[in-house]
Design a protein around this ligand. Structure first.
Ligand code: HEM
Length: 541
């Protein structure tokens, strides 16, 4: 056996061992050390049997023979497999320690990079381990950040633990700079909803996002929205009939669940042509699952060990999350399966072909790319899950907050009532043409969106460096969160921001305002595709 056959490995050059940027040389250095010793050991074992081998490398034969005798005595019973357990443990320990060391170095670098990136943005003092998380307890994040935004105008960093930070944007000038670009969604907060809603329009990026957005935009054309008005009016009537009953019990009622069922009923009828009767069925497991999932996703973001998939999947919360996902998917699978079944019927297919306007599910099922290929089952499910969730939860929140505002400010409620009565005359249900005449009610909806935006913030991961109007910059890869909630309450944009004043949205007041001071549906190419649907639903309901 040649010396190389025995050793077979060389040490890395000095240059390589200093190159920690890739972490690879350090790893190979430690492995080389290990393997350089291994042939000696193998040779000494063989020496018992074959003696003379490897004589080139033997400084002290007698001590080696002694070692091999001891080793034979200590060998576990399964060494006949040709594996030495101590060597395996040694290898595992070296490997484990190397990984830990590399991770520590990587995290140290990450922290230094983050500190440097955010150095020009002063922030609320952070804890070295928790960052700001321990101060942003459940339900506190909006109030706390509102307080901090008074001290740090424009933007301030928010630390989630020691190694993850976002620049939290609170000024329209900054938001404008972000929305003018096409950065992808961040890989921290949106990542946690992917097992639930899949990679649909909300989280997709690049050419696939563009292709899906182009495909689905016609589903929200005005001509289609017109057809939805009576469907939404029917769903609203079912909800109001339920309330008529409840009111007789003279107990307080939590409205959000009722409103969620109504908006779910509407999106199912409008986008999926599906009659679910979910408002009158005793228990709706999908709505329950959506409540649980929303809570669990938010909780996962706060508990930073949960950012690790393995830890989360093994935790009780991870188990609950998987169970709730299964329930939600069962619901969307049923909708897809039933529609696919019905399309096997020749008459049904003809009916769809004759439809002047396809619904959202028709569009998805009949979509073909330039090669004639349809959407994969996975893509189809992701879009159905995305629209099923986005299409009902946000509008439910919007309607609930609007009702809250109307209850708090009866004078505005009265004005809306009078306006609608005047528009309807003798009729009892709203029609498409009425919606454009609801001027005061629309101003109230917008003012409620301003104070209580259903989507309080969105975030992006910068695909290239950004420079804001004041010269401050952030490098590529940084996470930025646009706080819609704080922009809507920024005192430099809104006089007396906490006062409910629908007149802020009169045409003359709107014209003087910053283009990015009011962002309930975000802005730019990734704005809300369903905003016209949402406004229609809010007005009808
Ligand atoms: C009051 C109701 C609604 C509000 C406040 C709202 C708000 C938003 C916001 C802020 C975004 C941007 C998200 C981001 O950048 O990460 C968004 C995106 C989106 N919304 Fe809405 N939304 C509402 C209703 C709806 C409805 C009814 C649908 C569907 C029927 C819908 C479907 C979507 C989708 C698919 C996206 C992703 C669009 C894309 O990235 O191309 N939304 N929405």
């Amino acid at each position: 056996m040649s010396p190389r056959g025995c050793a077979g490995w060389t040490l890395p050059s000095n240059k390589d061992s200093h190159d920690l940027a890739t972490n690879q040389p350090l790893k190979s250095f430690l492995f080389a050390q290990y393997w350089l010793r291994l042939p000696d050991y193998n040779c000494s074992k063989r020496r018992v049997r074959q003696d003379n081998e490897c004589s080139l490398r033997e400084p002290n034969r007698s001590s080696r023979n002694m070692t091999s005798v001891l080793e034979r005595g200590l060998k576990p019973s399964w060494s006949w497999l040709g594996v030495d357990i101590y060597r395996v443990f040694h290898l595992a320990a070296v490997f484990g320690l190397t990984c830990v060391l590399l991770k520590v170095i990587q995290l140290y670098h990450r922290r230094q990079e983050l500190i440097k990136a955010f150095s020009s943005f002063p922030s609320h003092p952070t804890h070295w381990l928790y960052g700001h998380v321990h101060e942003l307890l459940q339900g506190e994040i909006l109030n706390k950040t509102e307080l901090w935004s008074q001290k740090y105008p424009y933007a301030f960093p928010l630390w989630f633990g020691s190694f993850s930070a976002f620049l939290n944007i609170t000024h329209p000038d900054y938001a404008k700079a972000v929305f003018a670009r096409g950065d992808p969604k961040d890989n921290v907060s949106y990542r946690h909803i992917v097992p639930w809603i899949g990679k649909g329009l909300l989280v997709l990026h690049g050419p696939k996002w563009y292709q899906h957005r182009k495909l689905l935009t016609p589903g929200f054309h005005y001509d289609i929205l017109k057809l939805y008005v009576p469907l939404i009016a029917d769903s609203t009537k079912v909800m109001l009939d339920k309330w008529e009953q409840l009111i007789t019990q003279e107990k307080s009622v939590e409205l959000f669940e009722h409103v969620s069922l109504m908006t779910l009923d509407s999106i199912m009828k409008c986008a999926f042509s599906y009659q679910s009767n979910c408002q009158t069925d005793r228990e709706n497991s999908y709505i329950r699952a959506v409540f649980d999932l929303s809570y669990l996703v938010d909780q996962r973001l706060r508990i930073f060990p949960y950012h690790n998939d393995l830890i989360y999947w093994l935790s009780p919360h991870g188990f609950q999350f998987r169970k709730a996902c299964q329930l939600a998917h069962r619901h969307t699978d049923k909708v897809i399966r039933e529609r696919k079944e019905s399309l096997k019927d020749e008459r049904e297919r003809e009916k769809v072909q004759k439809k002047r306007h396809l619904d959202f599910l028709d569009i998805l099922l009949h979509a073909k790319d330039e090669n004639g290929a349809g959407l994969s089952d996975e893509d189809l499910r992701a879009e159905v899950d995305t629209f099923m969730f986005e299409g009902h939860d946000t509008t439910a929140s919007g309607i609930s907050w609007l009702l809250y505002c109307m209850a708090l400010y009866p004078e505005h409620q009265q004005r809306c009532r009078e306006e609608i009565k005047e528009i309807l005359g003798d009729r009892t249900t709203i029609q498409w043409d009425d919606l454009g005449k609801m001027t005061y009610s629309t101003m109230c909806i917008k003012e409620s969106f301003r104070l209580y935006p259903p989507v309080p913030g969105v975030s992006r991961q910068l695909s290239k460096p950004i420079t804001f109007h004041d010269g401050r910059t952030l490098p590529e890869g940084s996470l930025v969160a646009v706080s819609i909630y704080l922009i809507h309450r920024n005192p430099s944009m809104w006089k007396d921001p906490l006062v409910f004043d629908p007149w802020r949205f009169s045409p003359e007041n709107v014209s003087d305002r910053h283009s990015h001071a009011f962002l309930p549906f975000a802005a730019g190419s990734r704005n809300c595709i369903g905003q016209q649907f949402a406004m229609t639903e809010l007005k009808v309901a």
